[in-house]
Design a binder for this molecule. Structure first.
Ligand SMILES: [Zn+2]
Length: 60
């Protein structure tokens, strides 16, 4: 597995984890997140940024 694929897989997993948490958690709302939800979101956002940055860099 290449580093790019690994990053994409982790990004997808983080997105799924966050989405599933959001769907099942009663403490997370549209305007606020519980501690676990915030952690999942931050992981997802960080991996998404890294993934998008890599895509941008590959195109240039
Ligand atoms: Zn939550």
């Amino acid at each position: 597995m290449t580093a790019a694929t690994d990053l994409y897989e982790r990004y997808q997993r983080a997105a799924t984890a966050h989405r599933q948490h959001r769907a099942s958690c009663t403490n997370c709302t549209d305007t606020g997140r519980c501690t676990a939800g915030q952690r999942l979101f931050e992981t997802f956002a960080r991996l998404q940024d890294a993934h998008l940055n890599r895509q941008r860099n590959q195109r240039n």
